[in-house]
Structures are given as structure tokens and as C-alpha cells.
Design a protein around this ligand. Structure first.
Ligand code: FAD
Ligand code: DLZ
Ligand code: SF4
Length: 507
């Protein structure tokens, strides 16, 4: 036998670099469901079901393309439970000339892969992951000589590089972004699309049974599994998004509504992150929808920016700062995450909605993650590494390279402002403006202090007051601090006392 090609659970792409030049007659592809990966955090049940099912369907796709696949199921009798053990077993059985693997997306696994050569004499080739638009090298070149690493400037370079929505050297429409048009609250009577759903087939059915027995103590519901698990599913889901939701994506990107889990979001991050969709192809489809007049520019540009801007930038930051990024704790906070992050049982309507749908569907959209659960964790002074572990556990799209900078950097400001120019914090007012949650909440968003008042209101000032030595010099927070200082002392004390009382109730 010639080469043994190892494909990991988020490398489910036919154009993955490890398959380039593969010989279906002589090479063997190795894929393995391993307990170590399924339990390094106690992933949401639907996330494990999705990944295992997508892996098994990808193995079928490879076989249909003529490849020989050695696939270890979790239930295989001699599965020793780690990537390395499965490799050693395969090498013993097959005696390959060479092992080929595309570099893992996470530092933790990359370190593991790098250590294999010490245990094995067969040469191991670790290839670059070419499925991103910017290479790691391009990102570190972009960083050189810059004082601030703001996404916007990186994004503009990638727009130029990809030529997406460009008119020569200028952005189509004359502006690089249309954020000012993209902050509308949604009304309940608007037509609400929903993502394409899929019935579990025999393969997924078998996995769902496995999850019920082997991962019963993991977070989340496994019933009503509706995710796509094949490339065809993912492509159909994305086309459905373009046809039914993209036009409104821009305007209502930041909106939240009770009972509406998805609004006009694409719900494709899970497919994209495991390799069932290709980022550049997706952006070209969105550009085409704009050029043929089906969607407005603010939506097309807004969506493309998420993919070629935020997603690529976040990956760049991860590799720039690993290892060690996870240990950042700028505010030096230690509070454990309250139990209701796992149960969803809280009187705060915004939190119970966001956590409830996280539990049922392993999904919440960006503003729920950033301005509800993330905002609350930051305001109460939760330990950022616990917050990071929560986000990594609960979302179907969560892989450390994308989750960690979003949590440690964007949401918790634990890196002290490498990624964001100020902390994403708000009082209840922002949530009230962007959602209808408050009208159904036990707390009163208009009340500033006292038992019935929205907790976000006093926590907001408590956060600013207790961190003023670290934040007061931040020019973007100047006006807020001036408002705080103008308040009379009794009022300030009322806020602080109210927040203290609330914090004392948290378990
Ligand atoms: P849409 O709103 O439809 O956006 C389209 C696509 O843009 C997404 O599918 C995603 O691929 C990309 N995108 C948008 N924003 C970001 C971003 N900030 N970073 C990277 N890509 C982005 N995204 C993940 O893919 N995995 C994570 O583990 C993850 N963890 C997050 C944790 C926190 C605290 C926060 C604030 C954000 C996190 N995000 C994460 C980013 C974002 O919330 C999700 O990508 C998005 O909600 C996925 O839903 P969607 O597919 O409907 O996205
Ligand atoms: C997330 C995940 C899970 C739950 N299980 C597996 C698995 O059993 N086998 C596998 O190859 N990949 C799995 N994954 C995805 C990996 O964690 C992902 O490929 C690595 O994080 C890459 O660094
Ligand atoms: Fe959330 Fe406060 Fe509104 Fe209740 S009143 S939903 S706690 S923002």
C-alpha cells in the first residue's frame, strides 16, 4: 500500500489538500470516531450526532468516488478512543509508505499530530489547509507594523483580493459597508423564513441511538434532529437561504424575536466549518444574487463580510495568538457561570430564549451570543475560560479556532482589546430596542434599580464602575464614563447596591 490519508471530522471536503493527488487504487483513507474528541468538552448531543453522521456520509461519498475508506465507528470493538491509537492500529494493519494529513484546525490537535512522528517511523506529511481565503502567512504579514488589528481593514484587503463586489478598485455602491442600514428591529408580522430541515436517514438514526446511550449526560436535546448531513443537503440549505432569507439578512441581522430562532440568518456555519460548503463559492453565489437583482446590496455585502471578513480574520487571530490565548483574563474575573446557562431556567426572558434554543437546537444567532449570553457573562464578571468552554460545548458550529477568539476576544474582552476596540456591553435598553423579549419578561426594562428592575441595567453600571481603572482611558467609553460621573452619588450607590443584590442571588 502507498499512502494512508487521515481525514478528521471537520475536513469533509473533496478538495481537502490531503486528497490532492490521491490514488484511489493504492491509497487508503482513514476516518475515526474517537471518544477523546467527543468528550474533551461535553459537546451538545446534536453536535456529536451531526459530526458523526456527516463523517459517515462523507465516507460514503468518498467510496462513491472510488476511494478505499477505513472507517472506525465509535462502537468498533478495538477502537482505542484517540486519533493516535487509531493511526497506530491502521499502520500496523496496512503498513503504508507514507501518512498524509491536512493540518488540524485546532492547536490542541495540531500539537497531537506533530507528536506522532516520535511514535512512528513511517513519514508523516502535514499539509496546509487551503480551504480558507487568507493563509496564516498572509494574515501575519497583514499584522506586521499595525498598531490596531481592526477587522474592517483586513476585510477591505480580502475584498480586493477576491474581487467580490468590486468595481475596479472601488467597492460596488461606493461604500465598504452598509452597517448603518443593518440595525433594524424585526416585527413579528414580517414573513419569517426558516432553514431547510432534513429527516434523519438510517445512518443518522443509528447515530441518534448511539448518542442516547453513550452521551446521555451531555448537554442538549437530541430529539427533533433536523440538520443536513451531506454535501447535497448543505448546498440545498444554502440555496434555500439565498432564495428565502438573504434579501432581509442585512436589515434584520441584529434583531431578536421570541420564538423565532433563526430570523433571516443562514444557519450554515455548522456545514461550512466541517467542510461541506466552500466559503468562496458561497460568496460568489451571494454576489450573483445581488448582480441579478434578487437581493439588495446591504444584505449581499453584509453576508460576504461575515464570511471573508469576520470568519477569516477570527481564524487569523487564533493562529496568531495560539498557544496561550485561552488564558487571557484582562478583568481578572473568577465568577463561575450560573447554573441556568445549562438549564435555561431563569426569569430573564432574553436569557431563557437564547439558552432554551441553544439547548434544543445547538444554535443561537450572533446577537444572541454576543449581546445576550455573552453580555450577561461579561457584566457579572464570569471566568472567561469557563465562558469559552460553554460556547465550545453548546453550539453545533463550535470549533476552537472560531469559537475562542469570538468568546475570549470579541465577547469577553479578556484579551484587553486586541480584537475589539471596546467591550460589547449593554444595559437592557439595547435588548429592548432590538427584540420583543422585554415585553414578556418578569423584569421591567424601564426600571433601573430594585428587585423588579431589569438586571442588565444595574449590572451595566456596576461593570463600568468596578473596571474604571482599566477602561476609563478608552476613548470610545469616554461619554459613558462622563454620564456615570455626572450622576449624583446616591443614584450611583443605588445602581451598585442593586447590582450587588442581584449578583448575590447567582449560584
Ligand atoms: P449568519 O448570521 O447567517 O452569518 C453567516 C456566516 O458568517 C456564518 O455562518 C459564519 O460562518 C460567518 N460568521 C458570522 N459572524 C462570524 C464571526 N463573528 N466569526 C466567524 N464567522 C462568522 N461562529 C462559529 O462558526 N463557530 C463558533 O463556535 C462561534 N462561536 C461564537 C461565540 C461567540 C461568543 C460569538 C459572539 C460568536 C460566535 N460565532 C461562532 C460567530 C457567529 O455567532 C456564528 O458564526 C453565527 O451565529 C452562525 O450562525 P449563522 O450560520 O446563521 O450565521
Ligand atoms: C468535534 C468532533 C467530534 C465530536 N468527534 C470527532 C471524531 O470522533 N473524529 C474526528 O475525526 N473528529 C471529530 N470531531 C472534529 C474534531 O474535533 C476536529 O476535526 C478537530 O477539532 C480538528 O482540530
Ligand atoms: Fe432581558 Fe432585561 Fe429585557 Fe428581561 S427586561 S428580557 S432581563 S433585557
Amino acid at each position: 500500500m502507498r499512502n494512508l490519508i487521515y481525514i478528521l471530522g471537520d475536513q469533509l471536503s473533496l478538495n481537502i489538500s490531503s486528497l490532492e493527488g490521491a490514488d484511489p487504487l493504492q491509497d487508503v483513507i482513514l476516518m475515526a470516531e474517537v471518544m477523546e474528541e467527543a468528550t474533551y468538552v461535553k459537546h451538545h448531543k446534536k453536535k456529536i450526532a451531526f459530526i458523526f453522521s456527516a463523517m459517515r456520509h462523507f465516507a460514503e461519498e468518498l467510496r462513491e468516488n472510488g476511494y478505499i475508506v477505513r472507517y472506525t465507528k465509535l462502537s468498533t470493538a478495538d477502537n482505542n478512543g484517540t486519533f493516535a491509537d487509531e493511526l497506530l492500529r491502521a499502520v500496523d494493519d496496512l503498513n503504508p509508505e507514507k501518512i498524509i494529513i491536512t493540518e488540524p484546525s485546532e492547536y490542541r490537535v495540531l500539537e497531537d499530530v506533530r507528536s506522532w512522528q516520535k511514535q512512528i517511523s513511517t513519514p508523516i506529511a502535514i499539509l496546509e489547509d487551503t480551504r480558507f481565503i487568507a493563509t496564516k502567512q498572509e494574515f501575519s504579514d497583514w499584522v506586521k507594523g499595525r498598531k490596531a488589528l481592526r477587522m474592517e481593514y483586513f476585510y477591505r484587503d480580502i475584498r480586493r483580493k477576491t474581487n467580490l463586489l468590486m468595481d475596479g478598485k472601488k467597492p460596488i455602491g461606493g461604500a465598504w459597508n452598509y452597517d448603518s442600514e443593518n440595525r433594524k428591529p424585526a416585527a413579528d408580522d414580517l414573513f419569517m423564513p426558516s432553514p431547510l430541515t432534513f429527516q434523519p436517514d438510517r445512518i443518522t438514526g443509528e447515530i441518534l441511538e448511539l448518542i442516547e446511550t453513550r452521551f446521555a449526560d451531555h448537554f442538549g436535546d437530541v430529539d427533533n434532529f433536523w440538520f443536513g448531513v451531506t454535501r447535497q443537503h448543505a448546498e440545498a440549505a444554502f440555496k434555500h437561504f439565498i432564495a428565502s432569507a438573504l434579501a432581509n439578512f442585512g436589515a434584520y441581522q441584529d434583531a431578536m424575536l421570541t420564538g423565532q430562532k433563526y430570523l433571516y440568518h443562514s444557519v450554515i456555519s455548522l456545514y461550512l466549518n466541517v467542510g461541506l460548503l466552500d466559503p468562496l463559492t458561497m460568496c460568489k453565489m451571494v454576489e450573483e444574487a445581488y448582480l441579478n437583482g434578487s437581493v439588495p446590496l446591504n444584505s449581499a455585502e453584509g453576508f460576504i463580510r461575515q464570511i471573508i471578513g469576520w470568519r477569516e480574520y477570527i481564524r487569523g487571530i487564533y493562529w496568531l495568538k495560539m498557544p496561550g490565548y485561552e488564558a487571557n483574563n484582562f478583568f481578572d474575573t473568577k465568577r463561575p457561570l450560573p447554573d441556568f446557562y445549562w438549564s435555561g431556567e431563569t426569569d430573564m426572558r432574553c436569557m431563557s430564549e437564547a439558552i432554551g434554543q441553544t439547548k434544543s437546537d445547538a444554535y443561537a444567532h450572533h446577537i444572541q451570543r454576543l449581546m445576550v449570553t455573552g453580555n450577561f457573562a461579561l457584566l457579572i464578571g464570569a471566568n472567561p475560560s469557563e465562558v469559552h468552554e460553554w460556547y465550545l460545548t453548546v453550539y453545533a458550529d463550535a470549533f476552537e479556532w472560531v469559537e475562542m477568539p469570538n468568546t475570549i476576544g470579541m465577547s469577553q474582552f479578556a484579551d484587553g482589546g486586541l480584537l475589539g476596540s471596546k467591550p460589547y456591553i449593554s444595559s437592557g435598553n439595547y435588548i429592548s430596542k432590538m427584540s420583543n423579549y422585554c415585553s414578556e419578561c418578569k423584569y421591567n426594562v424601564k426600571e433601573k434599580t430594585g428587585e423588579g428592575a431589569c438586571p442588565f441595567n444595574s449590572l451595566y453600571w456596576h461593570f463600568l464602575d468596578r473596571n474604571s481603572h482599566k477602561l476609563k482611558g478608552n476613548p470610545r467609553l469616554g461619554p459613558v464614563y462622563r454620564t456615570w460621573e455626572r450622576m449624583n452619588e446616591d443614584k450611583q450607590q443605588e445602581y451598585l447596591k442593586s447590582a450587588e443584590n442581584f449578583l448575590a442571588t447567582l449560584t
